[in-house]
Design a binder for this molecule. Structure first.
Ligand SMILES: [Zn+2]
Ligand SMILES: [Zn+2]
Ligand SMILES: [Zn+2]
Length: 278
């Protein structure tokens, strides 16, 4: 079974709308430098299944990446999605669901796995409420910290401290031959979360900002910067990839010293299209 990184950018993607910073301008000129919104796929070529974690605003381009690998994926629709697990209600993680509605592909019974609070949010808010009534989406509530068997793998959600204006936030551990943890958004590290990262083989974690100085005039950077996270985690215990990059993140500059320093410390940088076998 394989994990495919469908998008390694923060919710807004790279380039970001209306931004002409060096990274965004360069990505506009060179589409290979574009990064899609945050999402991964859990897929198996032989068994022809494909589950997404989160539905980003770039979902329609991201599905092209999957189609190349899984031409005959097991699905009742024209799209290669067997089901979708959601982390939280922020824009970049759920807005792609809209593409499954009546105005777009009008999908039938795509199972959406999420927490109970997230399920309440979707049931009570347009356009998701409408999509549930039309059975574009079929909700399946997951208990936090409960290990569920799906196809031939296991998946467990865990609670994450993050701005929870609408529902709650979870990360996921996917387990087959190896354990992989996916944690794209968090506000700060706790001892329990650090232990959890140390307990898995591979982790894809919040790397939104490189340092706190990245957003001029803002002291309330709402994610732990990579610089500080590197002090807390040990890349010899767990293979650690940073993901969910904001367009301002210095590691996106291929020539920058930050990218080199991170790699010298033993950490890795996720990228759109990255495949990890577990
Ligand atoms: Zn996010
Ligand atoms: Zn920019
Ligand atoms: Zn978020």
């Amino acid at each position: 079974m394989q994990i495919l990184v469908l998008g390694s950018a923060q919710d807004a993607g790279v380039p970001q709308i209306g931004c002409d910073c060096l990274i965004c301008s360069s990505a506009r000129k060179n589409p290979k430098q574009k990064l899609f919104g945050p999402s991964i796929a859990i897929l198996d070529k032989e068994k022809q299944y494909c589950y997404l974690i989160d539905a980003s605003p770039d979902i329609k381009d991201q599905l092209e990446l999957i189609k190349d690998i899984l031409p005959k994926v097991k699905t009742q629709e024209k799209i290669p999605i067997t089901g979708i697990f959601l982390t939280h209600a922020h824009f970049g993680h759920i807005s792609g669901l809209w593409m499954l509605g009546k105005e777009c592909i009008d999908a039938q019974d795509i199972t959406v796995f999420c927490s109970s609070k997230m399920s309440d949010f979707l049931v009570n808010n347009h356009p998701f409420s409408h999509m549930i009534k039309r059975r574009n989406l079929n909700l399946s509530k997951m208990k936090i910290n409960h290990k569920y068997p799906i196809e031939d793998f296991w998946i467990t959600s865990f609670q994450v401290p993050h701005r929870n204006e609408y529902a709650d936030t979870v990360g996921y551990i996917i387990e087959q031959n190896k354990k992989l943890l996916y944690l794209p958004d968090l506000d700060y590290w706790t001892d329990d979360l650090i232990k959890l990262v140390e307990s898995v083989d591979i982790a894809l974690i919040d790397g939104t900002f490189y340092s706190k100085d990245e957003l001029p005039g803002r002291s309330d950077v709402p994610h732990p910067p990579i610089k500080e996270t590197m002090e807390l985690l040990d890349p010899t215990k767990t293979e650690i990839y940073f993901t969910h990059f904001n367009h301002t993140n210095l590691i996106l500059s291929k020539e920058g010293k930050e990218r080199k320093e991170l790699q010298e410390k033993g950490f890795k940088i996720a990228a759109d299209g990255l495949k990890i076998n577990i």
